[in-house]
Design a binder for this molecule. Structure first.
Ligand code: AMP
Ligand code: TRP
Length: 338
């Protein structure tokens, strides 16, 4: 349970390590916008310090950070209602990240499946930062005393670790200082799968571009990728249970439901019985109608990068009004002489 003395505050972040995918949009950004529009206090971050846990070409990192900011704004986040920042402009993230590296235990970190997946057989040769990444993520959240974190399914374990870190800090220092954050993993598409393989997550790092829909894909590309998406030969079921052993069919139905602001049940009531030859063009049309206004607006915003930089600079100033006092109090609790 979130402790009652903490006012509701939303934080989330995305890595500027490549283009945005439909998975990012449906699993995360769409929910960011809803929470902003519900009137909650919201802070959204391009986590550039997380991105450099693996090598980033400097020019690409800068471009990807601005493009991600453009994606946020084009999707409906606005600097009037949300604080929009890139992580490296708010130094308290990294400062609290160090403190949390001293709170988190090796055993906790070694259980993180995202690290195991990313490091693979190469675990001796990846950066120390990749291993410590979840401690910085906990700091991103807790430096704001954030109570709610909207993310896709794949971030659940990192949010559990964030709760463990807050609990251990509070316990070790005998305080009730950091909130126990609630993950917000909701909607029909909390885990969008690859279009080529229903057992793999849709990801910007998949070598096959056909496996994902990028937010910047044009209408023809989107339609072509959906047409070629892997499916099975059967018609769509009318009940959710009928999707149980059909990961590819389930994925396309989930995407349709999320794009159409429906539950999966509602979608199946509409499209149950259809063959993929009928359903795929409907899905493509829906995807294009939702995504093309966003990609058009992204392109427009990217034509004026100086304006994006001004938004991020202003966001950093607003953010530091929150983060500086939280860091100062953390240090004081720990006995650091101020
Ligand atoms: P990342 O691109 O790894 O920085 O992820 C940014 C956000 O998008 C996180 O909240 C992820 O959980 C979410 N996300 C990334 N890929 C997917 C996916 N395939 N399905 C649902 N959510 C996703
Ligand atoms: N780890 C997240 C991802 O890979 C990105 C992230 C960093 C994040 N800090 C965060 C998400 C804080 C939510 C809150 O997708």
């Amino acid at each position: 349970m979130t402790s009652p003395q903490f006012t509701p505050r939303v934080f989330s972040g995305i890595q500027p390590s490549g283009g945005l995918t439909l998975g990012n949009y449906l699993g995360a950004i769409k929910r960011f916008v809803q929470m902003q529009d519900e009137g909650m206090e919201t802070i959204y971050c391009m986590v550039d310090l997380h991105a450099v846990t693996v090598w980033q070409n400097p020019a690409d990192l800068a471009r990807n950070t601005r493009e991600l900011a453009a994606g946020f704004i084009a999707s409906g986040l606005t600097p009037e209602k949300s604080i929009l920042i890139n992580q490296s402009q708010v130094p308290e993230h990294a400062q609290l990240g160090w403190v949390f590296s001293c709170v988190a235990r090796m055993g906790w970190m070694q259980r993180m499946t995202q690290f195991k997946d990313k490091a693979g057989k190469n675990a001796q040769n990846v950066s120390l930062g990749l291993f410590g990444y979840p401690a910085l993520m906990a700091a991103d959240i807790l430096i704001y005393h954030a109570t709610h974190v909207p993310v896709g399914e794949d971030q659940k374990q990192h949010l559990e670790l964030t709760r463990d870190i807050a609990t251990k800090f509070n316990h070790d220092y005998g305080v009730d200082f950091f909130p126990i954050t609630e993950p917000v993993i909701e909607g029909a598409a909390t885990r969008v799968m690859s279009l080529r393989d229903g057992s793999k997550k849709m990801s910007k790092s998949d070598p096959s571009d056909a496996s994902r829909i990028n937010m910047t894909d044009d209408a023809d590309t989107i339609a072509k990728k959906i047409r070629k998406a892997k499916t099975d030969p059967d018609a769509l079921p009318s009940e959710v249970e009928g999707l149980a052993d059909r990961p590819e069919a389930r994925n396309l139905v989930n995407i349709y439901a999320a794009l159409n602001e429906q539950t999966v049940e509602q979608t199946l009531a509409e499209v149950g019985g259809q063959q993929f030859g009928t359903f795929k063009p409907l899905l493509a049309e829906l995807a294009v109608s939702r995504l093309s206004p966003i990609s058009g607006e992204m392109a427009r915003l990217m034509a004026d990068p100086a304006e994006i930089d001004r938004i991020l600079a202003r966001g950093a100033e607003q953010a530091r009004e929150i983060t500086a006092p939280v860091l100062a109090r953390t240090y004081e609790i720990m006995g650091m002489v101020r």
